[in-house]
Design a protein around this ligand. Structure first.
Ligand code: ADP
Ligand code: ZN
Length: 296
């Protein structure tokens, strides 16, 4: 049995699967992320139950961060400096992995990118980016089949973007004000308009979605120009808003103006900018896939 764990800022998803079918967990559990002690204790309980007390064959962990995911670092597998109380400088990988069990560690969004590439909207590609537009904005990537990440990066959530002319919101990122996250994450939507993106009144809906879409499309364009991802999966709570994905696709041509890699300049944006294909928690499926890889 292999175990995948996705530790999010608000909830944890644990799953166990057979090594040859990481995309089909046989046991899954969700619980809130509380203190490190309680949360890690519940992860241990899950592992114990899933393996009937034996050690798992391998563990994959995808965590909220910032994390140190650089295998050459002395703090590989740690959550480093997070505003989440109690969670700074926690050796998460060391504390959840039983002694002697092979383990893999990536950030939560890199885990989701792996899950989507292998088993979701990225099947058939080798390079993919995954964004969550949720409580925050985060982007994970797999390039030429390799999960990308190191000491706290990528950090695309704080990308600086050109302002939409009809948007006078100052932005609410505590560091930058109007970076991508400060303009598009759920709390920014709520602070700007008083409701979440699924509750806009009909008469203002199209304009508000166009404002959000202009920033999200700039992110997708910048990332694809930089790393050449063939597909960009847009996930997270804000992207659940009906019509937002279509608005992002519609915003892309005016940003790209025909320039860029083929995936963005000539292809149909609907083939590049896509919704998640793993119905539930791509991050935990990615964590299981990375655990299975360790046994090949
Ligand atoms: P997290 O980022 O904490 O893992 P989510 O991806 O669910 O969680 O993002 C939560 C944010 O997304 C909240 O700020 C919420 O307002 C927003 N959100 C959740 N569901 C929707 C929805 N259906 N439509 C628009 N916004 C949503
Ligand atoms: Zn910022």
């Amino acid at each position: 049995m292999i175990v995948g764990i996705e530790t999010g800022g608000t909830k944890v998803v644990c799953a166990a699967a057979h090594r040859d079918s990481p995309d089909r967990p046989v046991l899954t559990r969700r619980f809130p992320t509380t203190t490190p002690e309680e949360t890690i204790g519940r992860i241990h309980d899950f592992v114990h139950e899933a393996t009937s007390g034996d050690a798992p064959e391998a563990v994959g962990l995808a965590s909220f961060g910032p994390v140190d995911a650089d295998p050459s670092s002395a703090r590989f597998g740690w959550i480093t400096t997070t505003p989440k109380p109690g969670w700074s400088n926690v050796d998460l990988l060391g504390r959840v992995t039983p002694q002697g069990v092979p383990s893999a560690f990536v950030s939560d969004v890199v885990g989701a990118a792996v899950g989507e590439l292998r088993y979701g909207a990225g099947r058939g590609t080798t390079s993919l980016a995954y964004a969550t537009i949720g409580t925050g904005v985060g982007v994970g990537m797999v390039l030429d089949g390799r999960p990308i990440g190191g000491d706290g990066w990528p950090e695309v959530g704080h990308l600086l973007v050109r302002r939409h002319p009809a948007d006078d919101f100052a932005g609410n990122c505590p560091f930058h004000g109007d970076c991508l996250e400060g303009l598009t994450a759920g709390p920014a939507v709520l602070a700007r308009w008083g409701v979440d993106a699924s509750s806009f009144a009909e008469d203002v809906r199209a304009e508000r979605l166009a404002i959000l879409a202009s920033y999200i499309a700039q992110m997708a364009y910048s990332v694809v120009l930089t790393v050449g991802a063939q597909r960009f999966v847009l996930g997270g709570g804000v992207m659940q808003s009906a019509g937002l994905l279509e608005a992002v696709r519609a915003a892309l041509p005016a940003i790209a103006r025909g320039y860029g890699p083929a995936s963005l300049s000539s292809a149909d944006p609907a083939e590049v900018l896509v919704a998640p294909g793993v119905a539930d928690s791509p991050g935990v499926i990615g964590a299981l896939a990375l655990a299975a890889d360790l046994l090949r």
